[in-house]
Design a protein around this ligand. Structure first.
Ligand code: BG6
Length: 494
């Protein structure tokens, strides 16, 4: 291929290639495989990151030939690879490496077939991807161990575990203990796809690559931090799963606490997997655990009107389709700074962002201490969909006198780099195959974040909410505004 005019648009510029391996996907007939995993693997093939020799082995209960599986996956890749043109020739080459084995996850014979298939494809390394119903995680891990698929003398064996990782603290502890009895921690990859998003990775770059923000990144200069993950969609056919999970478990326990940890952690001495994860874990352990009597003041549950009529949802479901909480970090950097986190479905739009509000200037030299001319500086990290960063500051209005008005300085990924960002799953799959766990969560991190939300889960489990309490297309229940109102604050309009 001729070298591209712009070296930055060369997909091989980082020279990251996947080593030869077999990827075994449990739950290959599920939504995640269709929407995310196969499109990500196909994109890696498109970018020439995959080696000549690799194998993808799908498993589910449905009987299917290799060819039928390939056909299904082709349809999914065509449908869900929005930003990659479908190349029939490439697909032919890629799909020759797709295999399928039907079988019951509880049946030992399945694992013997898998072992034979891995051998037949001549792969020394194997990555198992658990994308089944969570209740199968423990039995699959046991069977992998019993079949000797958890170790090899001439290659590696790794496992990726999809979320949800447990349903509460005790189930997460039990799952961790079970996993660790079969796979060593260094070969265990707990996925949190938010950490794979370019914009979340860029929090490291922004904070630790620039000299000017870090000195301000503390309680002396920062007043409050708001993290919002709003979705316009509802439960989209996942009613059965979602009514047991709810927004607090589905989004806050994992994605948003990881984002918060990335925003608030200390810099690590080196950018290496365990060094970075040590700092994120330390931060998660510093989040104040709410006392039972504090939960009602610091956490709000909501449910949209119409949720109980969704398919698979009980008519009296107490599920939170919206959750908001105020967290404090008890360390020297953050003591006293509130972190407000909210996430919900059926909100006015899809937006995930982090708003860091700085303290106002100590003196109102140019007018009143309230109103437009006194608005504090605000830094917004836009995770999605309009990926970028903006900084709001006050500027003099043209004309007579000294009237100030907030203005904004914007960085936008699309226009600055003008190229496609890899999807979170591309990044994370490649990382796991390369043995880099920096963007994966570790046992202690998962447990620490369950500890943070456990008191809320317990309180909510014992209450009977008057649901529904918010309209579809609104910004959630009034109680969420009241939670900030009591502190004299407001949610920023995202
Ligand atoms: C998943 C949740 O982990 O994240 C979903 O289970 C949610 O309920 C999704 O819709 C949001 O991810 P993203 O990448 O679209 O923000």
């Amino acid at each position: 291929m001729a070298s591209p005019a712009n070296p930055f648009s060369d997909p091989l510029r980082f020279e990251r290639r996947v080593p030869e391996c077999a990827i075994v996907i449990f739950g290959a007939n599920g939504d995640l495989t269709k929407r995310k995993l196969l499109p990500a693997l196909y994109r890696l093939a498109h970018d020439r990151r995959l080696p000549e020799s690799f194998a993808i082995i799908g498993n589910s209960r449905t009987a299917m030939t290799d060819d039928a599986f390939r056909e299904r996956m082709r349809e999914s890749v065509q449908k869900f690879s929005e930003d990659t043109e479908f190349d029939a020739e490439l697909w032919d080459r890629f799909s020759r490496n797709l295999h399928y084995i039907a079988g019951d996850l509880q049946d030992a014979a399945l694992y013997a077939k898998l072992a034979a298939k891995i051998a037949e494809t001549n792969q020394r390394n194997a990555l198992f991807y658990l994308s089944t119903q969570p209740s199968y995680y423990a039995p699959v891990v046991s069977h992998l161990g019993a079949a000797g698929l958890n170790h090899s003398t001439d290659g590696w064996r790794r496992i990726i575990v999809e979320k949800p990782f447990g349903h509460d603290l005790s189930s997460a502890l039990a799952l961790n203990a079970h996993l660790q009895s079969v796979f060593p921690e260094r070969e265990t990859y707990r996925i949190d796809h938010y950490l794979g998003k370019e914009t979340v990775q860029n929090i490291f770059g922004f904070r630790f690559g620039n000299g000017i923000f870090e000195p301000l990144w503390n309680r002396r200069y920062i007043n409050q931090i708001q993290i919002t993950a709003a979705e316009e969609i509802g439960v989209e056919g996942r009613g059965e799963y979602y009514q047991e999970a709810g927004a607090l478990r589905d989004m806050i326990q994992n994605h948003l606490l990881q984002v918060m940890a990335t925003i608030a952690m200390e810099p690590s001495a080196v950018f290496e997997s365990d060094a970075v994860r040590d700092e994120r874990a330390k931060l998660l352990r510093s989040i104040r655990i709410m006392k039972p009597e504090d939960v009602q003041r610091n956490a709000v549950a909501g449910q949209y009107k119409g949720f109980r009529e969704e398919k698979g949802v009980r008519p009296d479901a107490q599920t939170d389709t919206y959750a908001a909480a105020t967290f404090y970090v008890d360390n020297w950097r953050w003591a006293g700074v509130p972190f407000f986190i909210r996430s919900g479905k059926k909100l006015p739009k899809r937006v995930t962002d982090i708003a860091i509000q700085f303290k106002a200037a100590p003196l109102a030299l140019f007018g009143s201490a309230s109103g437009e001319s006194s608005r504090p500086n605000l830094l917004i990290l836009r995770i999605q969909p309009e990926e970028g960063i903006s900084l709001r500051f006050l500027s003099k209005e043209p004309g007579d006198g000294m009237r100030l008005r907030p203005v904004s300085m914007d960085f936008n990924y699309g226009t600055s780099f003008g190229e496609r960002s890899p999807s979170a799953y591309e990044t994370l799959l490649m990382d796991a195959m390369q043995g880099d766990a920096t963007l994966y969560t570790r046992q202690d991190m998962v447990e620490a974040s369950w500890r943070v939300i456990q008191p809320i889960l317990e309180d909510w489990g014992n209450r009977k909410f008057t649901f529904p309490n918010y309209e579809q297309g609104s910004w959630g229940p009034a109680e969420a505004d009241a939670m900030l109102g009591k502190l004299g604050l407001k949610w920023r309009s995202s």
